[in-house]
Design a protein around this ligand. Structure first.
Ligand SMILES: Nc1ncnc2c1ncn2[C@@H]1O[C@H](COP(=O)(O)OP(=O)(O)OP(=O)(O)O)[C@@H](O)[C@H]1O
Length: 337
């Protein structure tokens, strides 16, 4: 996600490239598109989202490009399309994989020629809009099946942005939960609440097919229906009660998970017994540094080199662990020993 934030800033600065945002439903594709717009030079102009899957095929063309008076029965006046509202701004085309072939051709023209024709018009209108597209589909597959134009696919995916599913970044769950608690308690003017460790664990190991949207809905739901201070597992909706938590990770409020310090008592002993106080002063900084290295190497060994798991064992953020490994230049040390 940190890489993604950096990418958003770079993309926002470069106004010319088209961007294809990919991710499962609810991962935050529209949020990323809004963030790109908000950081770009177009930020004071409109951000216009169009969900290509939500508008029936027959209507999408006139909705997107507008129409002229008399273009079809019922077209009594000229009507601008959403693309015109996005002039000088950003047009966000969500679910682009659902766009029918004839519209794909019109969109390609916008991208290549920077102009479009409203339905029923004979003259093209110039347009200056940045197009951000998003999809949860496998566009390459649609291209190979002939359902999506290959030239449009290459045009759109100049910069691909992939948003990971929530189940692939479970370390973000507690952070997101806290942020949503903040938002929804503030909105309702009620006291903040917390989630018990057991409850958080069930959230961490839950499937999250609806990704961040589903998590946000849960916290919103709790902020309405739960009036206590700490949400326990039993306060959560039924589907969370049966979440399978891997054996060695399961912990209850009565039997807290082993802390990194306890797990590493052995290495602490080793270092302390190695100390020779008689020799004079001990080098405090060096010893702490060695101890830290030993802890990291041990955690990496225990988890077969899985940095995410090791960070969880050490009660560190994954990024902090990665930074330490890099700074100490100890990458792979756990394999050698
Ligand atoms: N990193 C995040 N931090 C806070 N809220 C987030 C984050 N990512 C997503 N959300 C929230 O999750 C919800 C879904 O996000 P969004 O609509 O951007 O997803 P999407 O991928 O475009 O979904 P869909 O494909 O179904 O349209 C929104 O309410 C958004 O505010």
């Amino acid at each position: 996600m940190r890489n993604l934030f950096e990418l958003i800033t770079k993309i926002a600065e470069d106004d010319y490239s088209t961007v294809l945002i990919r991710g499962e439903s609810g991962t935050g594709k529209e949020m990323v598109a809004k963030a790109i717009h908000a950081q770009s030079k177009r930020k004071d102009r409109n951000f216009v989202p169009v969900n290509c899957a939500a508008i029936p095929d027959d209507l999408l063309e006139s909705e997107l490009f507008g129409y002229t008076k008399g273009a079809f029965t019922g077209a009594n006046t000229n009507k601008p399309g959403r693309i015109q509202y996005a002039d000088q701004g950003t047009l966000f085309l969500d679910e682009i994989g659902d766009m029918k072939a004839s519209l794909q051709a019109k969109l390609l023209r916008v991208l290549q020629e920077k102009e479009f024709e409203p339905v029923g018009a004979f003259k093209a209108i110039p347009i200056d809009t940045r197009i951000l597209a998003a999809t949860h589909c496998d566009l390459e597959q649609l291209v190979s099946e002939g359902k999506f134009r290959e030239d449009l696919y290459y045009r759109l995916s100049v910069i691909p942005v992939n948003i990971p599913s929530l189940k692939d970044r479970t370390e973000d769950i507690p952070l997101l939960v806290n942020s949503f608690i903040e938002t929804y308690t503030l909105k309702r003017g009620r006291e903040k609440f917390t989630f018990s460790r057991e409850a958080i664990e069930s959230l961490i190991y839950y499937e999250w097919r609806g990704n961040v949207r589903e998590l946000e809905n849960l916290v919103q739901h709790m902020s309405i229906l739960f009036s206590g201070k700490e949400v326990n597992l039993t306060d959560l909706p039924e589907k969370f009660h049966s979440v399978k938590i891997p054996e060695q990770k399961a912990c209850t409020s009565e039997s807290p998970a082993p802390s990194a310090a306890a797990e590493n008592q052995d290495s602490e002993k080793t270092i302390l017994t190695q100390l020779d106080w008689e020799e004079g002063q001990v080098n405090f900084k060096e010893l702490i540094n060695d101890f830290e290295t030993q802890l990291i190497v041990q955690a990496m060994k225990k988890t077969d080199g899985n940095k995410k798991e090791a960070a969880r064992l050490l009660n560190l953020k994954r990024t902090t662990l990665l930074e330490k490994i890099k700074k100490k230049k100890i990458n792979g040390l756990w394999e050698e020993n």
